[in-house]
Design a protein. Structure first.
Lengths: 380, 939
């Protein structure tokens, strides 16, 4: 039942479209009608390119010239074919076998190879139009009787390249990194690649950065599956995140490419691995002999024996210079106090450097806690 | 007014004795009354209750303030038709929405309303609750308000305002530290008291007098004759520091201001709520603005950036209509010349900030309650001790009466009640009693007074217990459930904080809001629906308790690899169900329709009347799951299905589906983990708005990591297998990865990675399609070492990269060696680098050859002062044909702390010759930038 309903809906839609086409062209009672419904929503391949119907309402056999045109949006890529055939009265289902002397013309030889050898069209949106011209009398002007019909289709960008190295989100030490990828195309040897490296601006994700920022490096003629960032290119900057991707071209025709990966150059050649879960440090029992590590924050424990207690907080560098902190006073209650002093993006501290945290309670008893600050961005 | 007070006093004297014992006429009901609250300019009477069935009641409140041995009635108000719902609840009776007013001292209510505090003193509130037929409950509640002005008092805050205005906290703390605690300057304190006096006199109805008590100076503050409290005066600087400290403590540790004895001023939640209502409403705004100008006479080879361009970026975190929001924007002049713009502007609701505020409140209350609770034992003990003392005093008096006059307690009561008339006989003992009548009556009154006191203490202890019962049931149990749950949503936190936050500060409507983003958004919902494309539109999300519902609508911009922009109208509805038994399930419905813009090409003929399939919407349903399937075993899955209206439902198959699932197994005992992943994307799965399409793939991945030798060595292995069927035949790709890393303190750290990969086809495919398999490998070896000598550091790094790939007979080999040395002191950073690279190139005649380049560079960074740094560098790269790059750079940065601004300037001169045949390029690049950080607090 559902199937019948869908089929009837489809028929109605197709009929309406045909009527609209007819009205548009002024052929209220057109003798020949092209119906591309079978190809609508289907990607063209050499095997299905002629899968359409031509309706002959003349009541007699009709010789016609059929022309198919494939045109890519905002591109010079195009292909067309013509063939001559005889239409019987009623519906004529066309196929590759029925077409006599099918003459193809391609704007690009690569397009032709791609289409015929690999059965694939390039990425992008195309228009496919089929026009029919009656050939009844040699003296008649055939252009006056052209009946055509068009469909539109988008061929997806194909994911056919796998990036290999540097891994996504890699923290690297080399200023001239080696960028590598592997390819899935059957005709890998005939591909050239476009490698793009762009800056990742704050507030952007990988996809938007690569698509919307002008690349700082773009090489369209890469033949190998890897490239070392050349010394003559714009120098890469430490701690600036970059995104990179690779597009594949078959003899100049864009086919698709890889996803977008990110890397960042860091000063330290090897990032240290720290335990991200840090315990609370009870500093009162120490006298500054232990240097703790603060990955973006300091976790501290303080046992107070007062009702109204507070700790004033100061951070000094190794030269005893004070650094501004947003919350210089922390309230404490009687008993165990577990508290966190946020540092990342709150206090201006340098990654890997040593500092002193100075805490003073209400009785002006001072505690000094040496610590090493680690920026969470640069820690594995 | 005097008449009213006189009437009240009379009324009270008769009532107090009657009310000393509670009249709980229905044993199933429980009540607890807290002192008045001020919220949104209304006076609210909190009432906690527990009833077995829903009741329609009339409630009468009579409040008295004790003045010595007497008391005066402040208000006597009744409320009609108050519904008490079945169960345990809390009710806020709005005093201004009463039914009957018998007595009201408006100046008292005005004082409470105006200053968010009760005037200092002892209070008793009689509550009478009756339903249609009979009296349900009648009891008296005692509350005491300290004589020191509380920090949440609006009066105190008003008097403090000259001390806090335009002062930065950091400065105040510094000033406070400079003050010696032993210094005591009477004149300066008197000056401060005078200032407070002056400030108080400006407040309508407020009077102040300076008094000296225990060698301390106070301002005694009154409003319309009501004593509001004392405010201790100190030197101005010390007062400023104290004000700051009080304000900090009020936020971070409100328990320190709570009264915990049995005569307290209410339950923890009501005290906490009053403090929150009295906290200064601060709108904190943080802004970061950056402007960078780039100037150049050309660009390096292969760079597509404009020669001259500028960038502007800004972000503001603030509150709009009490909603925390983040406003972000970015613009670059490079956008003028391209179709896909990088600029964006968006406004986002900062749900995290909102949640954090609630978390802080909830944990603040929890810790306050726990602190008070820890002291409740001693508070009860003190109460009991006071009661025992009174009872023993009474026993002593009664014993003395018995011994001196031979009267039993009952006889004494009879004697006292009849004013000595019981001793009317003529025997000697009666005579003796008559002679000592006055003494006996005195003893009787003393006993009576002690009895009254004992009854009040008993009542206070009972009230304390009831208060604790409701506190636990209504607030603490709810709060403690969510306070320690990291998964708790804002909605759960807001519900838990219902009784501890003023209504105005706890908008549950806002707490339910999980997302509200408008502008150009980077929308990532899931891998197969909205997966990071720019959406010009909006997203809203709301927590409905059982889960979160989100809706998105707008135009999604797909940018092709050629840089063309295709716009789609997109809509998304998403439901994320609440995590149950560590399982989280989500459902997304996503649909998009191509806009007419996609067919904009003057050569296209029939875009208006094209067959409908192209314009049909694509619908995608996605199901996601994340959860633990066993101990240490977690599963993550997304399964999506796409179709168009014209797709026959019976034709839907795995070809229309996309599935990704991963299983991770952590093995803590052997310090290892293993992850397996499977992904299937059918060839008919359609989502043209996705940034890139993994169509027709079957992918398997396996990753393992193991720590060895007490974490000194980490070893990992990865396998990635992809099968893709985009073309007439199938492509296969296999990529392995092996890596090992060492970490020693004494020795250099090493990292080694080897990644071989290959692509191949099926044997039968090779017969039909022209193809050549590709094989390759990537090697990466890196070593680093650090030597520390006090404040100086020496760092070394060397790395080797190698990529070798072969297709058919063609072989490509790239290699590079890069070394770096860095010397760091507190003031300087000097670094030097050496490098060698080798990579393949094609000549104009398509012959493969290898280029090699040697690179050397030095750079220096010097900190001239904490606000001023300079840097300089030079590098040279030499190829076979000579110098391919020579570059010299210099820059400086300067921070103006006073206005939180940083200015930086960078300049570079380069001479470049990219290839042997390329022309020599001389480039000048300059960059000038300004970064400005603003932080303000608006009260």
């Amino acid at each position: 039942m559902i199937l019948i309903r869908q089929t009837s809906r489809r028929i109605i839609l197709i009929t309406m479209s045909i009527l609209l086409v007819s009205l548009y062209k002024g052929y209220g009672q057109s003798a020949l009608i092209v119906n591309l419904a079978l190809l609508d929503g289907v990607e063209l391949r050499p095997s299905n390119v002629l899968n359409y119907d031509i309706l002959n309402n003349t009541g007699k056999s009709q010789d016609v010239m059929v022309k198919g045109t494939l045109l890519y949006r905002h591109s010079t890529l195009r292909a067309s074919y013509t063939y001559r055939t005889s239409l019987s009265p009623g519906t004529n289902r066309m196929s590759i076998d029925k077409a006599r002397e099918l003459n193809w013309v391609f704007s690009d030889n690569a397009l032709k190879e791609l289409f015929f050898e690999y059965g694939k069209l390039p990425q992008g949106t195309y228009e496919y139009c089929v026009s029919v011209t009656p050939v009844t009398n040699q003296l008649e002007n055939p252009l006056d009787d052209v009946i055509d019909e068009c469909i539109y289709q988008t061929v997806s960008d194909l994911f056919l390249i796998n990036l290999v190295s540097p891994e996504n989100d890699a923290k690297i030490a080399e200023y001239n990194p080696m960028l590598n990828w592997a390819v899935n195309y059957p005709f890998a040897s005939q591909l050239t690649y476009r490698l793009r490296v762009a800056e990742l601006k704050k507030g952007q994700n990988n996809e938007n950065a690569i698509n919307r920022n002008n690349p700082i490096f773009e090489d369209k003629q890469v033949t190998a599956t890897g490239l070392i960032y050349p010394p003559t290119a714009k120098p890469l900057i430490v701690y600036q995140p970059y995104v990179w991707t690779v597009d594949a071209y078959y003899k100049g025709i864009l086919l698709g490419g890889a996803e977008v990966w990110r890397f960042i150059i860091v000063e330290d050649s090897l990032l240290k691995e720290y335990n991200a879960v840090q315990s609370y440090y009870d500093f009162a029992g120490h006298y500054g002999e232990t240097r703790i590590t603060g990955i973006g924050e300091l976790r501290l424990k303080y046992v107070s024996d007062k009702m109204n207690d507070s700790l004033s907080v100061k951070i000094m560098d190794e030269n005893n210079k004070e650094t501004k902190i947003p919350q210089p006073l922390i309230g404490m209650h009687n008993g165990d106090n577990f508290f966190v002093i946020p540092l990342y993006e709150k206090v201006r501290l340098s990654h890997g450097k040593h500092y002193f945290l100075q805490l003073a309670n209400k009785d002006q008893k001072t505690f000094i806690i040496p610590f090493k600050y680690l920026n969470p961005l640069f820690v594995e | 007014m005097k008449a009213v007070r006189a009437f009240c006093m009379l009324f009270v004297l008769t009532l107090v004795s009657n009310l000393c014992s509670a009249q709980k006429l229905d044993s199933t009901v429980r009540f607890s009354l807290d002192p008045l609250l001020t919220e949104n300019k209304y006076l609210l009477q909190p009432l906690s209750y527990s009833v077995q069935k829903t009741l329609q009641t009339v409630i009468r409140l009579q409040c008295y303030q004790y003045r010595g041995k007497d008391s005066i009635c402040i208000y006597d108000i009744a409320f009609d038709n108050i519904a008490l719902k079945k169960g345990i609840h809390r009710l806020l009776l709005n005093l201004e929405r009463n039914a009957v007013v018998y007595i009201v001292d408006y100046s008292f209510l005005e004082a409470v309303k105006k200053f968010n505090q009760l005037p200092s003193g002892d209070y008793a509130t009689v509550i009478t609750i009756q339903d249609k037929t009979h009296l349900l409950y009648k009891d008296r509640y005692f509350h005491s308000v300290d004589s020191v002005l509380p920090p949440y008092s609006a009066l105190k805050q008003n008097l403090n305002s000259p001390l806090t205005a335009d002062k930065k906290s950091e400065k105040l703390v510094r000033q406070a530290k400079n003050i010696s605690p032993v210094r005591f300057d009477n004149k300066k304190i008197r000056d401060a008291a005078g200032m407070t006096n002056k400030r108080a006199s400006r407040l309508s109805g407020v009077t102040s007098s300076i008094i000296k008590k225990d060698n301390r100076i106070y301002n005694a503050l009154y409003y319309q004759g009501w004593f509001m409290g004392y405010y201790e005066q100190q030197e101005k600087k010390l007062m400023q520091a104290n004000v700051l400290q009080e304000s900090e403590l009020l936020q971070s540790n409100p328990a320190s201001f709570m009264q915990t004895d049995v005569s307290s001023s209410g339950s923890v939640s009501s005290q906490f709520r009053r403090m929150k209502a009295g906290q200064r409403k601060e709108t904190e705004t943080e802004a970061n603005l950056e402007m960078v100008g780039n100037f150049s006479n050309g660009q390096e080879p292969a760079s597509a950036q404009d020669n001259n361009y500028s960038e502007y970026r800004g972000s503001i975190n603030t509150e709009i209509l009490k909603i925390p929001v983040t406003i972000e924007g970015y613009y670059t002049t490079q956008d003028k010349n391209r179709q896909a713009k990088a600029g964006y502007f968006r406004i986002r609701y900062d749900a995290e900030k909102q949640k954090k505020k609630l978390e802080q409140t909830v944990s603040g209350y929890k810790s306050s309650y726990e602190q008070v609770q820890s002291k409740s034992g001693s508070a009860k003990y003190i109460g009991q001790a006071a009661l025992s003392k009174i009872q023993s005093e009474k026993a002593i008096v009664l014993d003395a009466v018995r011994r001196q006059y031979g009267l039993t307690p009952e006889q004494l009561t009879k004697f006292g009640k009849t004013d000595g008339q019981t001793a009317s006989g003529s025997d000697s003992s009666t005579e003796a009693l008559r002679a000592k009548r006055e003494d006996i009556l005195k003893q009787y009154r003393q006993v009576e007074e002690l009895e009254k006191q004992a009854t009040i203490y008993q009542r206070k202890l009972a009230q304390y217990n009831e208060q604790d019962y409701f506190e636990n049931k209504m607030s603490y149990s709810k709060v403690s459930n969510v306070a320690d749950d990291p998964q708790a949503s804002s909605m759960q936190l807001a519900n838990a904080a219902r009784h501890i936050l003023p209504e105005s500060s706890n908008s549950r409507l806002l707490a339910g809001l999980t997302r509200l983003d408008i502008g150009i958004l980077n929308s990532y919902e899931s891998r197969y629906t909205m997966s990071g494309q720019a959406l010009k539109g909006g997203t809203v999300g709301y927590n409905l308790g059982m889960g979160t519902v989100s809706l998105s609508a707008g135009k999604t911009e797909y940018i092709s690899r050629a840089g063309q922009v295709d716009r789609y109208n997109t809509y998304m509805a998403r439901v994320d169900f609440k995590r149950v038994h560590k399982q989280k399930i989500g459902i997304i419905y996503y649909t998009y329709t191509p806009t007419r813009q996609i067919l904009e090409d003057s050569r296209f003929k029939k875009t208006d009347i094209a067959l409908p399939v192209f314009n049909q919407p694509v619908h995608i349903f996605s199901f996601s799951h994340e959860g633990a399937v066993a101990q240490f075993l977690t599963l993550e899955t997304e399964a999506a299905l796409s179709y168009k209206p014209s797709t026959r439902k019976d034709a839907l198959s795995m070809d229309h589906a996309a599935i990704k699932t991963s299983l991770r197994y952590d093995m803590p005992r052997i310090a290892a983990n293993l992850t397996g992943e499977w992904e299937h994307v059918g060839r008919n799965f359609e989502n043209n708005a996705m940034p890139y399409m993994r169509a027709a793939i079957e992918r398997y991945a396996l990753t393992g990591k193991k720590m060895l030798l007490k974490s000194m060595l980490t070893a990992g292995v990865q396998l990635n297998y992809i099968q893709q069927q985009n073309f007439a035949n199938t492509a296969y790709s296999v990529r392995w990865g092996f890596d090992a890393q060492t970490r020693w303190k004494q020795y250099p750290s090493l990292y080694l990675s080897y990644k071989p990969f290959t692509t191949f086809r099926r044997y039968d495919d090779t017969l039909t399609t022209q193809q050549r398999p590709l094989t390759g490998e990537v090697w990466l070896a890196r070593s680093s070492y650090q030597i520390k000598r006090g404040a100086t550091q020496h760092r070394f790094m060397v790395s080797y990269n190698r990529n070798n790939s072969s297709v058919d007979t063609m072989q490509y080999l790239s290699e590079s060696v890069q070394t770096m040395y860095m010397y760091t002191t507190l003031k300087y950073t000097l670094s030097g680098s050496l490098g060698w690279i080798k990579q393949p190139m094609f000549s104009l005649t398509d012959d493969l050859y290898y280029t090699q380049a040697y690179m050397v560079g030095i750079s220096m960074n010097m900190t001239l002062s904490p606000v001023h740094t300079i840097n300089a560098g030079q590098d040279v790269s030499v190829a076979a044909y000579g110098i391919q790059r020579y570059s010299i750079s210099a820059g400086t940065s300067y921070a103006v702390k006073r206005i939180s601004t940083k200015i930086f300037i960078q300049a570079r001169y380069s001479m470049l010759k990219a290839t042997e045949i390329a022309l020599r390029q001389r480039l000048w690049n300059g960059q000038i930038g300004l970064n400005w950080q603003i932080k303000t607090k608006k009260i």
